[in-house]
Design a protein around this ligand. Structure first.
Ligand SMILES: [Zn+2]
Ligand SMILES: [Zn+2]
Length: 350
């Protein structure tokens, strides 16, 4: 089979790999949809051979990209029970492998494995930008019948990450949340927070992305490029008090600081964008206002299933996130376009 490999410095290649066969406890998924996630750009843009190191995930050889896997089970290895996986079962994959038995793995947080995450599919192990993906059966999360494969792919990282962050923030329907960055994760957060009944203030420096945020339920749009003070604008929109919650999905140091400053006293802020830094005035920004900062890294298998259930039950149009649908052979063009960061989300459909 062919698989997309990031070579670094904005180059990629379709390389040949043997079709995988499942070992004990493993399955092979026939991929139907493989999403493109913002963090893929870090590997795509990274230095030659050192892309994964940019996210603190160690260096790797030639691995197939794609960490939003969704498809049907094509083959089941020895020792996998019917309950875990059956041929033809519609599944998403939780794209991490851990030891499987430590407290974090046992509760579905394989990425937090005490022994260190052993594989991040699509980053340090073969991912979903290919026809097949081999993985432990325990990393599968059933895809509800109501959801498309593309929606499942989104939930498998970008949309699931937004869900995980909103859960960590404890978002309620009577809250106002400011969401910085309306790329795939931020836009998903806008869509989900709005469906949960919250008032959403969406921020982005791109007008196209802001207009999409409006389509996805944002109540107020702010373009930091054309606003004197983002913090002031958010205060004015909240009767002088500030937002209850803020989420940074932009990774911009300035946006992160503004996210902290725009919340009210006792407010909570979640950082979900990868990489980079932030500079804060600890006394004024945090202590004097009892502000809580949370870091959130994706979600557990349980959270992934909950997210899918919520989206199916509330009939949320996650497919609408995808502005670009690609064949695997178009990978070069697909990533060139995604790299502009002005578009919506892309997905490879097989
Ligand atoms: Zn573990
Ligand atoms: Zn991702």
């Amino acid at each position: 089979m062919k698989g997309v490999v990031f070579l670094g410095e904005r180059t990629l290649e379709l390389q040949d790999f043997p079709d995988p066969t499942p070992g004990p406890g493993e399955v092979v998924i026939e991929i139907k949809a493989s999403g493109m996630c913002g963090s893929d750009l870090k590997f795509y843009r990274g230095p030659k051979g050192g892309a994964a190191a940019a996210l603190g995930l160690g260096s790797t050889g030639a691995v197939i990209a794609g960490h939003e896997p969704c498809g049907v089970v094509a083959a089941v290895g020895p020792g996998v029970s019917d309950k875990e996986a059956r041929v033809g079962m519609r599944v998403m994959q939780h794209h991490y492998r851990g030891c499987g038995v430590c407290p974090h793995c046992a509760t579905g947080w394989m990425q937090l494995c005490i022994e260190g995450v052993k594989e991040v599919y699509g980053v340090t192990g073969h991912g979903a930008h290919a026809r097949y993906l081999k993985c432990p059966a325990r990393t599968l999360v059933p895809l509800p019948d109501e959801l498309s494969f593309a929606t499942g792919a989104a939930i498998a990282c970008g949309t699931g990450t937004a869900w995980g962050a909103l859960q960590r923030l404890g978002l309620q329907g009577d809250h106002t949340i400011a969401i910085f960055g309306q790329g795939p994760v931020g836009l998903s957060a806008t869509q989900l927070a709005s469906a949960m009944g919250a008032q959403v203030i969406a921020l982005d420096t791109g007008e196209e992305r802001l207009q999409r945020a409006k389509d996805f339920g944002a109540d107020l749009l702010i373009n930091p490029k054309s606003t004197n003070s983002v913090v002031q604008a958010i205060r004015e929109a909240t009767h002088g008090r500030g937002a209850h919650l803020a989420l940074d999905a932009s990774s911009s140091p300035q946006a992160r600081a503004e996210a902290v400053r725009c919340v009210r006293t006792w407010g909570k802020v979640c950082f979900v964008g990868e990489g980079g830094e932030v500079t804060l005035d600890v006394s004024n920004d945090l202590l004097r206002r009892q502000v809580t900062i949370i870091g959130s890294w994706t979600f557990s298998t349980v959270g992934q299933a909950d997210c899918a259930r919520f989206i199916a039950d509330r009939k949320i149009d996650v497919d609408h996130l995808f502005t670009d649908h690609w064949r695997l052979e178009q990978a070069e063009e697909a990533y060139r376009r995604f790299d502009t960061q002005t578009t919506g989300k892309g997905v490879f459909l097989m």
